[in-house]
Design a protein around this ligand. Structure first.
Ligand SMILES: Nc1nc2c(c(=O)[nH]1)N[C@H]1C(S)=C(S)[C@@H](COP(=O)(O)OP(=O)(O)OC[C@H]3O[C@@H](n4cnc5c(=O)[nH]c(N)nc54)[C@H](O)[C@@H]3O)O[C@H]1N2
Ligand SMILES: Nc1nc2c(c(=O)[nH]1)N[C@H]1C(S)=C(S)[C@@H](COP(=O)(O)OP(=O)(O)OC[C@H]3O[C@@H](n4cnc5c(=O)[nH]c(N)nc54)[C@H](O)[C@@H]3O)O[C@H]1N2
Ligand SMILES: [Mo]
Length: 677
């Protein structure tokens, strides 16, 4: 959520700029295109339902009223609940995070524990690794004036988190050193890196373990901290001993001297902080352990919860707009009672223990087993999954499916029974935004046509299903106020303080080393909130569930004679968000075609020229793209963006999943690039 300010005259946006004073006010190109989304000629403006069976080539869409749409939804869902149980209905939200709290409340109130989101492929496996290892989640911490070093691991904020760059560049000017770990030479690498570790994709664990090995070998770690607060460090030391510099160079492609240099830079520039990837380190079949190896390295530096290091907020965090306020969502109240009906329980028990969202990547299997009969999907894009056609087939074979979106997306909506038109971010009041101790409201335009905001749709469905009281008789403002009143403010207060937002007072000042003072654990005892009270580089939970307790490296998929290249997918570009943005001509101009990014060396070997029409083939599928020759990717690796309907790279990705988290190998594939036939 970024601070975008729209200057409006007579319902028309005349200008877009950053919201002064808002924590994220440096805008990317996508923000300037938002008014174009609102007035797009192809925008969905009215509810539609199919009139022909799912098998027919033409769904026969007809416009219907909201009353008819809601009546159909309520009667179908209640009938399916009576026949198969509430748990056979999945409530799903894709990348748009804004509908999440309302949809969760609807899901649990209806009686289903099967609330799922796109986070099944995004950040949650990293969170799982963090909960197992540290007992809390973190994406790292921005460098602060005390930091001497910032390690950016598998993350390209210059294109994916544009709003962070001004602060990172400022830190560099203040003398903070940067190590960037990325197979590609990104803008982030060019602008920040003092040392670039160009790791082989999906080999992060081996790199982290090799650095750990050097740290133990040369006593570069904080021995007192480790002795006192790191559980299983002796086992880690022994295991990391396998990752000698020579061995690690072969596996990771990072030269031995650079691995050694990284260990020394980390040791000599303490306090250091880390910025961790939301997903690049977990888009492989060793997701949780790959990420845990990096966390183990962090543990050795002892930079946790110290000024300038990786800090943990002292106050209980404000409601998180990605996960939703647990009280409002009724998560703590209702989920424990229905948890045993979760779809993922037998498949990914460690995930089920820690993550409240259902691991939905096995949707095709759940549907085939007759466990899912209906889905309500806010902002869903079936192209986000590997072997997309299996997910399309799964949704097609449901008894009932509804999607809520801004546009008709054939790759998803051809398989559902009804599509409802959602209001855009300019037209909705919910949710408000929390940032640190600040909370912001917004002013809205009237939704175009018959569009309704996501929260309103969830509330209306709740009322029609028979939960008028639980959904404030459909009044979204009252629902929002039920969250705010716990902080002593109202939506009206936020509207009065639109420009500056409102600061919620902190109960106490930020404090550090809270593992010494008992402030990290619910029982108030010193230590970390893990079973042993220490950072578990040796995870007792993984051990108890029969997994390797150590942050194991597993060999990534090996290229073969037929498929000699490594394929990474989904490296973000500034102009698109996944499958979104290509409908906007101003954005599409910036990247008109799907491309395969390939090194000059690999292009020359194959006689490929810039913009040649190519086929990218993997053991699982084939797509057609144009060649783009670039030094950003190293020889041996090619990179294709996801989200192109005419060249869906996810048809090339296998559905072999990480056994702990269920994550797919988006960045661990093999392929060949050939001239298109
Ligand atoms: N190969 C490969 N696959 C990947 C990834 C990768 O790196 N490589 N990344 C994965 C990750 S990290 C993620 S997060 C997922 C992407 O997650 P997806 O959920 O697939 O994201 P989008 O393509 O943005 O799809 C969002 C849909 O919601 C609609 N929409 C947008 N805003 C709103 C709104 O406010 N309300 C409603 N109701 N609808 C809205 C859009 O029109 C679009 O149809 O993809 C995953 N898939
Ligand atoms: N413009 C734009 N911004 C976005 C999004 C978008 O679609 N468009 N999506 C949003 C979402 S949902 C997410 S999850 C975030 C993602 O945010 P980031 O993680 O910053 O995503 P990327 O830009 O793909 O950067 C990941 C980097 O990881 C590298 N990488 C690939 N494989 C590996 C590997 O095995 N190991 C390591 N160490 N690095 C690897 C890639 O080369 C890439 O440069 O971005 C968010 N921001
Ligand atoms: Mo994501």
């Amino acid at each position: 959520m970024c601070g975008v300010r729209f200057h409006v005259k007579d319902d028309t946006v005349e200008k877009v700029d950053g919201w002064p004073g808002f924590p994220r006010s440096s805008l990317c190109v996508k923000a300037y295109a938002l008014p174009k989304v609102r007035h797009h000629p192809e925008r969905l403006l009215w509810p539609i339902k199919r009139t022909r069976p799912k098998d027919s080539s033409d769904p026969g869409w007809v416009r219907i009223s909201w009353d008819e749409a809601y009546a159909i939804i309520a009667s179908r869902l209640n009938a399916i609940k009576a026949k198969y149980g509430a748990e056979s209905v999945v409530f799903y939200v894709g990348d748009p995070k804004e509908p999440r709290a309302a949809v969760q409340r609807l899901c649990y109130t209806f009686g289903s524990p099967n609330y799922a989101t796109e986070s099944s492929t995004c950040r949650r496996a990293g969170e799982l690794a963090e909960l197992l290892t540290f007992g809390f989640t973190t994406m790292g911490t921005m460098s602060s004036p005390e930091s001497k070093l910032c390690v950016v691991w598998g993350h390209n904020p210059s294109w994916s988190h544009h709003f962070l760059m001004p602060r990172l560049l400022n830190a560099k000017r203040q003398g903070v050193k940067f190590i960037v770990v990325d197979p590609r030479r990104t803008v982030t690498v060019e602008k920040l890196a003092d040392l670039h570790l160009r790791v082989r994709p999906a080999a992060d664990a081996a790199l982290a373990l090799a650095i750990v090995n050097v740290m133990f070998r040369d006593r570069l770690y904080d021995a007192d901290f480790v002795e006192k607060w790191v559980y299983g460090y002796k086992e880690l030391r022994e295991y990391a001993g396998n990752f000698t510099l020579e061995e690690a160079e072969k596996i990771t492609w990072v030269p031995a001297d650079k691995i050694e240099e990284a260990a020394y830079i980390m040791a000599k520039n303490n306090p250091l902080t880390f910025l961790l990837s939301p997903m690049a380190t977990i888009h492989n079949r060793n997701a949780v352990q790959n990420h845990r190896a990096i966390l183990s390295l962090i543990a050795l530096t002892s930079c946790i919860d110290v000024p300038g290091g990786l800090t943990i907020p002292t106050h209980p965090p404000l409601p998180d707009w990605i996960s939703g306020d647990p009280t409002f969502c009724r998560r703590n109240e209702l989920l424990p009672k229905i948890q045993d009906k979760r779809l993922d329980r037998q498949h990914f028990p460690v995930w089920t223990k820690y993550i409240f969202e259902v691991q939905i990547n096995l949707l095709p299997e759940y549907v085939k087993a007759g466990k899912v009969k209906a889905m309500l999907m806010w902002g869903a894009n079936l192209m986000m999954w590997p072997q997309t056609h299996e997910y399309q087939e799964a949704v097609k074979s449901l008894e009932f499916a509804v999607a809520i979106d801004h546009f008709y997306r054939p790759w998803t909506h051809n398989f559902v029974d009804m599509v409802l038109p959602a209001a855009t971010c300019l037209e909705r009041q919910a949710p408000f935004a929390f940032f640190g101790r600040k909370v912001y409201g917004r002013k809205t335009l009237k939704p175009l046509g018959g569009c309704r905001e996501d929260w309103q749709i969830a509330f209306d469905i709740g009322v029609k299903l028979g939960y008028a009281q639980e959904f404030w008789n459909g009044n979204v403002r009252e629902g929002l106020n039920s969250i705010l009143e716990r902080f002593g403010i109202t939506l009206e207060d936020l509207e009065k303080n639109l420009e500056k937002g409102m600061e919620l007072p902190a109960s106490e000042p930020q404090s550090y080393r809270k593992y010494e003072t008992g402030k990290l654990r619910p029982d108030g005892k010193p230590g970390f909130p893990t079973p042993t009270g220490k950072i578990e580089v040796y995870s007792t939970v993984l051990r108890d569930y029969g997994f390797n307790p150590l942050p194991e490296f597993k060999k990534p998929m090996e290229p073969t004679g037929e498929y000699p290249l490594i394929l990474i997918t989904g490296s973000r570009v500034p102009f698109y968000a996944h499958s979104r943005g290509r409908e906007i001509p101003n954005l599409k101009r910036l990247m008109p075609h799907p491309t395969v990014n390939i090194s000059l060396e690999d292009a020359n070997k194959r006689g490929i020229k810039e913009k040649d029409d190519m086929a990218v083939c993997s053991p699982w599928g084939e797509i057609k793209v144009k060649a783009h020759i670039t030094s950003a990717v190293p020889p041996g690796v090619v990179d294709v963006l996801h989200g192109w309907p005419e060249a869906n790279v996810n048809e090339l990705i296998s559905r072999e999943l990480d056994p702990i988290s269920g994550f797919p190998p988006f960045k661990e594939c093999i392929c060949e690039v050939k001239k298109a036939p």
